[in-house]
Every structure is written in C-alpha cells, then in structure tokens.
Design a protein around this ligand. Sequence first.
Ligand code: ADP
Ligand code: ASP
Ligand code: MG
Length: 411
Amino acid sequence: MKFGGTSVADIERIRNVARHVKREVAAGHEVAVVVSAMAGTTNQLVTWCQQTAAAHDAREYDAVVATGEQITSGLLAIALQDIGIAARSWQGWQLPILTTDAHTTARITSIDAAALVERLAMRREVAVISGFQGLHAESGRITTLGRGGSDTSAVAVAAAIRANRCDIYTDVDGVYTTDPRVVSRAQRLVKIAFEEMLELASLGAKVLQVRSVELGMVHKVRIFVRSSFEAPDAVDPHGVPPGTLICDEEDIVEQQVVTGIAFSKDEAQISIRRVEDKPGVAAAIFGPLAEANINVDMIVQNVSADGRFTDLTFTVPAGDFERANRVLTKARAVIGYERLDGANDVAKVSVIGIGMRSHAGVAARAFRALADRGINIRAITTSEIKFSLLIEAAYTELAVRTLHSLYGLDR
Ligand code: ADP
Ligand code: ASP
Ligand code: MG
C-alpha cells in the first residue's frame, strides 16, 4: 500500500490511512506500506536548499529533502500502534533500499527484502517504509529518487517481497483518460497497458512516476491506482474497489484506438535560424547540449530550398531553457547560424493509444480538429503508440478538451 502526499497531509489523514491499513490487516493480508512526505513538505525543503545557495551540493540536497518521508513513516507507525496494529517504521538506509549514487535522481539497484518478509510473516508487524529515499552503499550516503519517487519505492518493494499487488492510494480514484483536474469529462480507465501508462507518465501525467511503471513492467507487479479518500471501513477488502489496474496489453479485452491524453507545460522551444545545411551540423548543435546534460525532445529540421541554409527547431525542459541558450550561444562559431529564437510559453500535448499501431490517420484527425479551433502546431513527433504536438501554452486546455472529444473519450 502506497500513500501519496495529499493522503498523509495532516494528522487526521494519517489516522485515516492507518484505518485503511488496519482493514487490510484484519482481512488477513501481510502489509508493507510506503509513504510520501506530507503534501507541500518536499517543495518547502527544495525551496530552502535553493534559498541557501542556488547551486548546491546534490548530496546535501538529498540529505535535506529525504527528511519529509521520515516524518510520515514515523507518524503512521505511531497511528497504527495507537489502533492496536503492530507496526515499525523503516528509512531507506535501514531496510536498506540500495541505489546508484546519482544524487537527486538515483535509481534503485536492490532491496534486501529478507528482513522485511520475516517481520511481515513471523512478527505480523506492518512495515511502514519511507518512500523517495535510498542509500548509496559505497559512500554510505542518503539518496533520493527524483520527484514523485515514492511510487517507484512502492513498486520496488512490491517486487522485492513478491507482493500480490501494489496499491497506489492517491487523491484520485484511478488513472483517467486525461488529468481529471483539468478536463471534467475525463473518464476513469478500468485497465491500462504498461506501455500506455509509461507514455502517459513520461509525457506529463504525474499520477505515477515513470520509473515505477518501468519497474512494474519488468518485474510484473500488478499496480492498482485507487483513492485514499474512500471511507476506510466502507471498502470490502476482498472486493474490487474503484480504481485502475496497470496490466499487460493482452489482459485488455476492448482496446480503444486512443486511451489517453497527456500534456506538459514544462517545455521550451528553441529555433536556430539559417544554419548551414551540411553534414555535422546536427552533431555540432546537439553534442554540446548532451554534454551539458540537457534533454532534447522534439526535433524538426527543414530541408533547405537552396541547399545551403535551413532552420532547426527543438524542445528542451523549461528549466533548462536559459542554460541551453547559453550553450548554443557559446557554440555559435562552431555551429554557424544567423539567429537564435526561443519561447517558453509552449506546451506539449500527446495522444496515446496502443490501437494506433493498427489504425492509420489517427494523427491527421487531430491536425484538422486543432486547425478548426485556430490552434497552430509548431512541431510534431510520432512513435508507434503516440504522437505529440507542440502548441502555444495558452491553448493547452482547449487542445486537450478538443482531442478528448475527438477520440470519443468524453464517452
Ligand atoms: P500523490 O501525492 O498521491 O503521489 P500526485 O499529485 O503525484 O499524487 O498524482 C495524482 C495527481 O495526478 C492527480 O491529483 C491528478 O491531478 C494528476 N493527474 C494527471 N494526469 C492524470 C491522469 N491521467 N489520471 C489521473 N490523475 C492524473
Ligand atoms: N515527496 C516526494 C515528492 O514530493 C516523493 C513523492 O511524493 O512521491 O516528490
Ligand atoms: Mg506522486
């Protein structure tokens, strides 16, 4: 059972979480719980690091931001004990959850589940584990798994103890066709394939961290997204509550062409005007960006009419916009271009569905529908099961709603 930030936002909600856990224990299940920090806590901790020094040591950032989860794991253990359930808190370093040393975005390498399994089975004691954090064994230092990383902690623990299921309790009762906070007509999906969830998560839907879906896919963990706001005692622990199961493609009987729509305003566009159209130019541009650890996403290059000059447009994460501009300005002599244009008021809207593999013209319909609304498309990328469109940020909601209706997701 994993509980996110809003589900443990205050003491009353932590008590509510304890009742959810008690219900499952009473039903005879052995339960490991993973918790996030209280809503807003991690943001506050990140802000404090930034205020102390804009450029700060990643190890110390991890030392600071990992503390939010220590509070909630301890409090939940207390709340459980208070209602007669044996429980013990575990920090990442205590279990331990071992990770790489990529501080701030570490990857889990292994979890020693033996002690956990023993406690669950022999002592009948609920393990309350701090999400988001781990330990780099060689240096002995605390690491964190990137924002939203508690989802990944939960799926990793579930894989390690071979859990029957990994229930992700959050503030919505499942995965929707698009963010239900933005589109009121969004519909809850009963099931979604791992591949689709992977795209949805990586293209902006923050309901699950991308790595948690990757892990679930590799280790075949049944991930079930559900709400923590249901009355704990009204839920039948042996029934099927409202929620979304992330599963294999084969387990979905009625596959729609389009399953969901994701969007991200966290994008910036850079256009390089009048670059020479010759071999090596793309390398001269993207090489330095890669060295600076800047992820380039959509890339559009025109074929030049005169065979001499062309324009090249691409996107980078909004947070890297300034840095990317500096890198490209520095490399101007090597690249050889006339002008650098940029915009960070852009958004990426993505349409996802496994059914696209076998249906032609899915994207073409989107182009027409957006044109009818006067929405200009600045860049397009496609892959087997998704396509993404770069548009002006102000039109994001309109574009998402338009596409949501177009593909029959309003129902
Ligand atoms: P938690 O704190 O429990 O980890 P998050 O805030 O990280 O919760 O994720 C849940 C939020 O994800 C929801 O409140 C919702 O606004 C957002 N979200 C975005 N896209 C979707 C989607 N397709 N389905 C459900 N929720 C979504
Ligand atoms: N507390 C961490 C964050 O806010 C991890 C998580 O909530 O999953 O990013
Ligand atoms: Mg989250």
